[in-house]
Design a protein around this ligand. Sequence first.
Ligand code: URA
Length: 433
Amino acid sequence: MRVVDIILKKRYGGTLTKEEIHEVIDGYVKGNVPDYQVSALLMAICFQGLNDEEKVNLTMEMLHSGEQVDLSSIDGICVDKHSTGGVGDKTSLAIGPILAACGLKIAKMSGRGLGHTGGTLDKLESIPGCSINVSSEDFFKQVKEVGVAIIGQTKNITPADKKLYALRDVTGTVDSIGLIASSIMSKKLASGAHFILIDVKVGDGAFMKDEDQARQLSKTMVKIGNSLGRKTVCVLTNMNEPLGNAVGNSLEVIEAIETLKGRGPKDFTNLVYDLCSKLLLMTGVCKADKDARILIKEKIENGEALEKLRQMIKYQGGNPDVVDDYSLFKKAKEVVPVLSEKAGYIKFEEALQIGVGAMMLGAGRENKEDDVDHSVGIVMNKKVGDYVKKGEPLAYLHTNGKGTKEAYDKVLNAFEIVDEVVEENKLILGVIE
Ligand code: URA
């Protein structure tokens, strides 16, 4: 089978067989098929698309390119929640402990942030001493005893995706529903959970800007997950403004802790309740949304969810006292208010620009090798629908000096202020089951 014939077949709209997909992907991982041929095939896929069978076959090929996590030794229901990436998205840090307090098991392998989107691992590392490099043995022990562990990848999971994603990034071929769906789902399937909830971010700060496309992507992922025996649900959520108020590593951890104390920002708290409720219903722990919400509230109010976070931090070598004493986090040297130049209602906060502003301060990395400054970031003082007076702070920059001026301008320009009253953003745009 010649790779060039496979490329030509897709170029002219043909359907690739399982064997043809194997030939290219396996050959690529082993170094037998060069970048330029895979690039050409990826571009042909972007133009011609993949049908459902091709998407499943590609997902399976990527899944089997590496190791898979076997969670069968863990008693209880193992669930995974994944976000396609946004600004201020600290959801896993709140959801994990709440679900563990509700009796579910969360064995989660997360990623680092790149560009304007943050990563859960960087947030966890802002907790003094907290490690995300945990051995497989300790990872399983923690999930069994605490119910929740969030760590970096312990195994060689989906190497095909790692190679393909890097190539897609530089060949203009990220933006294809079939390629994105198989990339995300192969990783989720390899992580072993039987119930998968995917938070598909839509809007300015997400990689899916368009709701119809996000809906199509969600349908594809649900179909792939369910066809391979994993109950999968996608929730489409608004990413036109940052989630919650805090953007930046330790600032976001503090906001997640506050949420576990029942004092989180309204939009973030609502999303945490919505996603937890979905997983409690999917797994059959609760029979109705109303019951799920009562259970979540109880676990927050009686402190059990917060206790799970304390235990998780302690197991991962961190100082659990941070939960009660925020001064233990590294603080930025200066807090600079971004002042509104006019009065009016906030119509739009460009989440992307806020994410880029936080990155300029050092909270994120432009290149994989960059270090992040855990103490810096942005705290929103006004959200969509709020009224702001001239000279009032729109947001606060927590800065150590790097990029302050550029970040100030970015954040100021991210706000559109109008005279007429504006409604709050709708957070949940749809659920694909
Ligand atoms: N996230 C992934 O893991 N893969 C993609 O292709 C896009 C976003």
